[in-house]
Design a protein around this ligand. Structure first.
Ligand code: BES
Ligand code: MN
Ligand code: ZN
Length: 489
């Protein structure tokens, strides 16, 4: 996809589709009024007939019948003017992509309302995100979203701001799509080993440090938790550690930790078939970490970033770990296994202990950890929990810029007793109630005093039927938020 900045009146620019945004319940004005005049003052009547009021997400396509240079005009609702923020432009572009991509290769946006940083990049982001499709395995159905031309027709942007907005938006969106691809890959292809190979490639391209631990290195380091979960599988587990060192003096160092269960059958506590389907997505946290590391190597924030991934399958093989097992994590703590299907928190125990040993200032983990979080917040919102309110707030603020929904759940001193074990330091499940919270409080035991936030992305990481703003399957949830958290914008 190629983006171009064009400084002229939009109706004098040739394209297949010319896109205008329109705020709800406002009169036609500005560039759209010019277009309307050229079209013969038809818009007000069409709007009324089609009941188009400019609500967000709504749109209207009109053939221009040769009255202006663009073949069609697409008008997209922006919602209330007072609520305008970059996410509105991101959504406008996603709608534009969905409506035009099936038939069009040359799209133009008329942009006159915004001139500040963050808006144009969000639009570019939305366009690249909106064109996403996973069709690698369709024999005769490859799309060619690569050859699309997008004109940004505006007088508001200089070349310099355009260039920086372009790089920023493109990097974030392409990394998000990269994460989506990994999540959408079938589990026969995307094994822990494959994930580690992708990590190596990310490191090579982005000049990151890369350390991969296999089974024997894990045994030497004492990663008893990740090793236990992997026992039932024929696929070897991997622990992945990527490091980004900024070229300026780092302001802080952080660890971004991802759950990388490339298939979660439940293990011996096996899932019923219905619930096992889609469990290829249980590595979405890991895929998010790789997407973030890919972007960060280009955007260069003044922060040392460690990307850590515990990668394994969770399978019920003859050597599988069992309910009643007691295992020892990297930091020496013992875990009583009550249910082998609560494997995510177990593999994360080693990764979080590893992050603590790196002496980072902040730890953020992303995991498709609990069905309970989906019950509580639904499919479009992630839960956030942690031991440090200011870190949680920083991430929530970043999520607002990113247009991703993240909502806080409380840790609870009374509930914490549920994961006390009679025979070990902690057990891996509590009762049914508050399952997302007890899972987080299990993780809390392994971060000690380090400021830490846990994002449970079980709901939004994968949407079987897609969403208004998301494609079907992997969504890349978290990439956009974590990049903004790391960049501080
Ligand atoms: N990977 C699942 C959580 C999950 C469920 C993610 C649905 C996405 C969609 C996790 O490993 C799991 O199985 N959790 C159990 C925990 C229970 C055994 C305490 C759950 O949520 O049912
Ligand atoms: Mn599970
Ligand atoms: Zn799982």
């Amino acid at each position: 996809m190629e983006f171009k900045l064009i400084k002229k009146d939009p109706i004098e620019n040739k394209s297949e589709v010319l896109v205008f945004g329109m705020f709800s319940n406002e009169r036609i004005k500005g560039n759209l009024l010019n277009a309307d005049k050229a079209l013969g003052n038809v818009l007000a009547r069409i709007f009324e007939q089609e009941k188009f009021t400019g609500d967000i997400g709504k749109s209207l396509m009109i053939n221009t019948l040769g009255k202006i240079l663009a073949e069609r005009v697409l008008i997209i609702g922006l919602g209330k003017r007072s609520k305008l923020d970059p996410d509105v432009l991101r959504k406008m572009a996603i709608v534009a992509a969905k409506k035009t991509i099936p038939f069009s290769k040359h799209i133009a946006f008329s942009l006159e309302k915004v001139d500040r940083k963050g808006y144009l990049s969000a639009l570019i982001e939305g366009m690249i995100l909106g064109c996403y499709e996973f069709n690698k395995y369709k024999t005769n159905n490859k799309n060619s979203n690569g050859n699309i031309r997008v004109d940004i027709v505006t007088s508001k942007f200089g070349d310099k701001l355009f260039k920086s907005e372009y790089e920023y938006g493109k990097t974030i969106a392409e990394s998000t799509n990269f994460t989506r691809d990994m999540v959408n890959e079938p589990p026969i292809f995307l094994t822990p080993t494959k994930l580690s190979e992708i990590a190596k490639e990310v490191a090579r391209l982005g000049k990151l440090q890369c350390k991969i631990l296999g089974k024997s290195e894990m045994e030497k380091t004492g990663m008893g938790a990740l090793l236990a979960v992997s026992r039932g599988s024929e696929e070897s587990p991997k622990f992945i550690h990527l490091t980004f060192n900024p070229n300026k003096k780092p302001r802080k160092s952080v660890a971004i930790v991802g759950k990388g269960i490339t298939f979660d059958s439940g293990g011996l506590c096996i899932k019923p078939g219905e619930q096992m389907r889609t469990m290829k997505m249980d590595m979405s946290g890991a895929a998010c970490v790789l997407g973030v590391m890919k972007a960060i190597s280009k955007l260069n924030p003044p922060v040392t970033v460690h990307g850590l991934i515990s990668a394994s399958e969770n399978m019920p093989g003859a050597k599988a770990y069992k309910p009643d097992d007691i295992i020892r994590a990297l930091d020496g703590k013992t875990i009583e296994v009550v249910n082998t299907d609560a494997e995510g928190r177990i593999v994360l125990a080693d990764a979080l202990s590893y992050a603590v040993q790196l002496k980072v200032r902040e730890i953020v983990d992303l995991a498709t950890l609990t069905g309970a979080c989906i019950v509580g917040l639904g499919n479009y919102t992630a839960g956030i929990m942690g031991n440090n309110e200011s870190l949680i707030n920083k991430i929530i603020n970043a999520s607002k810029l990113a247009g991703e929904k993240i909502w806080p759940l409380p840790l609870d001193d009374e509930l914490r007793k549920e994961i006390d074990s009679d025979v070990a330091d902690v057990k891996n499940v509590g009762s049914r109630w508050g399952g997302a919270i007890t899972a987080a409080m299990f993780l809390e035991k392994f971060v000690l005093e380090t400021p830490w936030a846990h994002i449970d992305i079980a709901g939004p990481a994968f949407l079987e039927r897609g969403g208004e703003w998301y494609p079907k399957g992997g969504t890349g949830f978290g990439v956009r938020t974590i990049i903004r958290y790391l960049l501080g914008r």
